[in-house]
Design a protein around this ligand. Structure first.
Ligand code: TRP
Length: 366
């Protein structure tokens, strides 16, 4: 398989298939992906294998959400004509690369990864950490490098994983004696992550503080009404605080009329601007963003076979792409090759290759 020369930088990113995506994902990374898909060669991973590392007890959830996440991608404007969507578990080269990379990272380093540490805490694993889970940073390094990606659009919580990927890249390059792999850069939105509607640092479905991309107008209104503003802003005439005010954080993320927003902030600080006015503005902006996404999603959901076709086509392309990289890295690391070329004549003649189909059952046979 050869690839057309394509000078565009390669993007790879993905999402665990544990639930439909929400506005936090939209701000954190989906918006970037839609904006960059024409100027870059973009691959997206439906990360079901990674989802399994902490959901092995519930594979049905992981399986069912593959289609949900794919629907979210398409609904926000990912164009399957230019972006390749792949199913992670159907790319065997990723698993093989992971096995190689695990030899270039220590258990202590995996345990020190800040993202992993936080997730172990959040999941209450204690000492009973699934080995697949603690090792997933090596798998994520495989995901990124298998596509030879240099740009990885992710939320800020993923930065330590990209750092660890680059450590593995440097070790592989040192062992190979040349720069067989390129380092990658995390593309993180300036505003940081979107807080939950309850003001908690992270929007997350499991916390019940998320606005899904398929939210109805009523759900949006309900979520916005729940938002925490400034607890000291009791009367409309009181001066209010903008910093730490969740409604303003959301307006910062979604309101494109910057002048109007700055005027609103000044007015709020002076006093005389009520929370209801603010919340109505935010609800109306969110309705305009989510409405078309929700409608496209519903239309696509009526034809799951079409979505499945998109995933299938993307996965076949991804399979070729990742297989080529695996072969290049295996060769660069000096592994035994059944093609013979790289091994020296001793290995070749010892196995009797080239005479008859190889049997790997040992010398001489029974
Ligand atoms: N870890 C990411 C998440 O939790 C998902 C993911 C899997 C990913 N493989 C990746 C992200 C490769 C970026 C690059 O959402």
């Amino acid at each position: 398989m050869t690839f057309r020369k394509d000078a565009r930088p390669v993007i790879l990113t993905g999402d665990r298939t544990t639930g439909p995506l929400h506005l936090g994902h939209f701000v954190g990374s989906l918006r970037n992906r839609v904006a960059l898909q024409h100027s870059h060669r973009q691959y997206l991973l439906l990360a079901d294998a990674q989802a399994l590392t902490d959901n092995a007890h519930d594979p049905g959830k992981v399986r069912r959400n593959v289609l949900e996440v794919a629907l979210d991608y398409l609904a926000v404007g990912i164009d399957p004509g230019v972006t390749t969507i792949c199913l992670q578990s159907a790319l065997p080269a990723l698993a093989e690369l992971t096995m190689l990379y695990l030899n270039f990272v220590t258990v202590a380093r995996l345990e020190r990864n800040p993202t992993i540490k936080e997730e172990i805490q959040a999941r209450g694993f204690g000492r009973d950490i699934p080995a697949g889970f603690i090792c997933y940073p090596a798998a994520q390094a495989a995901d990124i490098t298998a596509f030879r990606a240099t740009i990885v659009p992710v939320g800020e919580d993923q930065a330590p994983l990209i750092e660890q990927t680059n450590e593995i890249v440097r070790r592989i390059n040192r062992q190979a004696g040349r720069d067989i792999l390129a380092e990658a850069r995390a593309l993180i939105p300036e505003m940081g992550r979107l807080p939950g509607v309850d003001g908690k640092a992270k929007m997350s479905k499991s916390q019940g503080n998320a606005i899904p991309l398929s939210a109805s107008d009523a759900e949006i209104a309900e979520a916005v009404n729940r938002m925490y503003t400034d607890p000291d802003h009791l009367r409309v005439s009181d001066p209010g605080r903008v910093e730490g005010n969740v409604v303003f954080t959301y307006l910062d993320a979604f309101d494109e009329d910057r002048d109007a927003l700055n005027e609103l902030k000044a007015h709020y600080r002076r006093g005389g601007l009520g929370d209801m006015t603010l919340k109505q503005r935010l609800a109306s902006i969110l309705r305009e963003i989510v409405g078309p996404i929700r409608e496209r999603r519903a239309a696509l959901a009526r034809d799951p076979d079409h979505v499945l076709d998109i995933i299938r086509t993307g996965t076949l392309a991804g399979r070729e792409r990742t297989k080529v990289t695996l072969e290049e890295i295996s060769t660069a690391l000096g592994l035994f090759s059944l093609d013979g070329q790289a091994n020296g004549f001793r290995a070749r003649s010892a196995l009797g290759l080239g005479m008859s189909p190889p049997t790997l059952g040992g010398e001489g046979g029974a």
